[in-house]
Design a protein around this ligand. Structure first.
Ligand SMILES: CC(=O)SCCNC(=O)CCNC(=O)[C@H](O)C(C)(C)COP(=O)(O)OP(=O)(O)OC[C@H]1O[C@@H](n2cnc3c(N)ncnc32)[C@H](O)[C@@H]1OP(=O)(O)O
Ligand SMILES: CC(C)C(=O)C(=O)O
Ligand SMILES: [Mg+2]
Length: 524
């Protein structure tokens, strides 16, 4: 068992409901905020920044209710360096068992210019606002907004004032995502070494992702001595977002050998909350997002899939179950190999020998070349459409169909009938009608089309269509089915499959065989 002391523990401060919600378009409803707060509380987040109570009646109500319902987490509200903001914030969070007022002001030259305050005047505002907050709440966090672009001497001076006024957490925001990891670590280290009273408080890091360095900067800050990371689920937040909670938490877990600090997060809850935040904020997670992206535990290429099937550690540094996923995904695509295909077929109950695997693999690659992603249903359709093809009396060799607004559709079909090539051209009312007519010219028959049904097996415009055709002739019924990314090709093959079944049926009737319905799928 490893013992963790306070200095090894990193406090996770989640601001999905405050900074995350500041993303344009990410506004959440009252109930959605309560739901997300409940999930954050349940997953072990130490502090939830639930909102900015002065901002609106809705924000105030949400923060108040979250404060009343919290069971484990400390509930924090944001306030400007204004008495009215701080009072309103306290009003909202006071009912929480554990609460915090977070007050801030922009300290860099650019931000001092906005309220047009001199350094001394701002120092006074900081002293008064933190003192006021501390008089209301015994847990106060102070942030010098745009700290990473604030003059060093002034930064030290205002932090000292905030500590003396009673702030117990000093947050160092990289408000515009400007800093780099070496600076981030150095800044925190030097502040702790320099500012009087710094060893009595916790230093926090609050990074934005404008240059894609938020996670690296946060972890560097921890290496420099910070013990609170401010972050959001999925990295939601202003502009390019905030540090992603799931990234820092998993980085500390996976690389604990070089970053020996722990968090209280139950990482198995990560996937669920990520999906809920994506759903309620309307901000979909990018496929290749670390930890929670759709592809974070997916492997398509053959060499990777083969490796994964032999030993998951070959291409995965964490287990999917660590973040709440049921398993790795090995989607099949044009880069996949035989090992993954065989594994997938076995999952569906198809036991194939080496020869059959070779044959299926060729057809699979043809399909994968035409499709972005080959889904499970595509594989099943592929297996079914390949069954018994070799013994068929009628086989399509090639086909060309012309259709559009300029006139009737025209189909030219070339078929092999018992080893002989025959072709025909026919026009019709649409591409499928023309195709079926051309096939009937090549193989005249009186079969009546009882059913023609098209179904998209998978999603997208490149989806495979499964076409089912049912023919009736002299009381005999035969069905055919085929899947293809080209609906007209699938239609032609399904029609020909049904005709082949009728031919078999005719032969069997001639031999006095049974007259039950025979379908393509029955003939194996
Ligand atoms: C980096 C960050 O994430 S900071 C947090 C940003 N989040 C938000 O702004 C979301 C919530 N904000 C709001 O709903 C509104 O901006 C409110 C209610 C806070 C204020 O609304 P308004 O009174 O209409 O002011 P407005 O938004 O136009 O401008 C901000 C005002 O706050 C002042 N201000 C900004 N930060 C601070 C601060 N930390 N302390 C004191 N005053 C501040 C500005 O100087 C400006 O003052 P002015 O009106 O006297 O010029
Ligand atoms: C309010 C502060 C902490 C902030 O969000 C920032 O500076 O980015
Ligand atoms: Mg921020």
């Amino acid at each position: 068992m490893t013992m963790t002391s306070d200095k090894d523990r990193v406090v996770i401060f989640d601001t999905t409901l405050r900074d995350g919600e500041q993303s344009p378009g990410a506004t959440m409803t009252h109930n959605e905020k309560l739901e997300i707060a409940g999930l954050l509380d349940d997953m072990g987040v130490d502090i939830i920044e639930a909102g900015f109570p002065i901002a609106s009646e809705g924000d105030f109500n949400a923060v108040s209710e979250i404060a009343k319902n919290a069971t484990n987490s400390r509930i924090c509200g944001l306030a400007r360096a204004k008495t009215g903001d701080i009072d309103r914030c306290w009003e909202a969070i006071r009912h929480a068992e554990k609460n915090r007022i977070h007050t801030f002001i922009g300290t860099s030259p650019l931000h001092r210019a906005i309220p047009n305050l001199t350094m001394d005047e701002m120092a006074d505002v900081i002293h008064k606002s933190v003192t006021h907050a501390r008089n209301l709440c015994d847990n106060v966090q102070w942030s010098p907004m745009d700290a990473t672009r604030t003059e060093w001497d002034y930064l030290c001076r205002v932090i000292e004032i905030a500590i003396k006024a009673g702030a117990s957490t000093i947050n160092i925001p990289d408000t515009v995502g400007y800093t780099a990891p070496v600076e981030s670590a150095e800044l925190i280290k030097r502040l702790i070494e320099t500012v009087p009273g710094a060893d009595e408080v916790i230093f926090a890091t609050h990074c934005h992702n404008d240059l894609g360095m938020a996670t690296a900067n946060s972890l560097a800050a921890v290496a420099g001595g910070a013990r609170q990371i401010e972050c959001t689920i999925n990295g939601l937040g202003e502009r390019a977002g905030n540090t992603a909670l799931e990234e820092v938490v998993m980085a500390l877990k996976v690389r604990n050998d070089i970053m020996p600090w722990s968090t209280g997060i139950d990482t198995r809850k990560i996937m669920h909350i990520s999906r809920r935040v994506a759903a309620v904020s309307g901000f979909a997670v990018q496929f290749n997002k670390a930890i929670v992206g759709k592809n974070a535990f997916a492997h398509e290429s053959g060499i990777h899939q083969d490796g994964m099937l032999k030993n998951a550690e070959t291409f995965e540094i964490m287990r999917p179950s660590d973040v709440g996923l049921s398993g790795t995904s090995l989607p099949l695509g044009k880069h996949s190999g035989r090992a993954a295909l065989r594994d997938k077929l076995q999952q569906f109950g198809f036991e194939v020998g080496d020869n059959q695997l070779r044959d299926v693999f060729v057809r699979f690659k043809e399909l994968a070349d035409r499709k972005k992603e080959v889904f499970d249903d595509d594989i099943i359709a592929l297996m079914r459409s390949g069954e018994d093809a070799e013994n068929d009396h009628l086989q399509i060799v090639s086909m060309k169909v012309v259709c559009g607004t300029g006139g009737p559709a025209e189909a030219t079909i070339e078929m092999e009938i018992d080893g002989q090539d025959v072709s025909a051209t026919a026009s019709g009312d649409g591409p499928v009608d023309a195709t079926f007519k051309a096939i009937r010219e090549i193989h005249p028959n009186t079969a009546r089309l009882q059913l023609y049904q098209v179904q998209a097996v998978t999603e997208g415009t490149d989806a495979q269509a499964t076409v089912s055709v049912r023919l009736e002739e002299d009381g005999m019924i035969a069905t055919g089915e085929s899947a293809n990314t080209d609906t007209v090709v699938a239609s032609a093959k399904a029609y020909v499959n049904a005709l082949n079944r009728l031919i078999i049926r005719r032969g069997k009737v001639g031999e006095g065989a049974d007259t039950r319905e025979i379908s393509y799928k029955d003939v194996t």
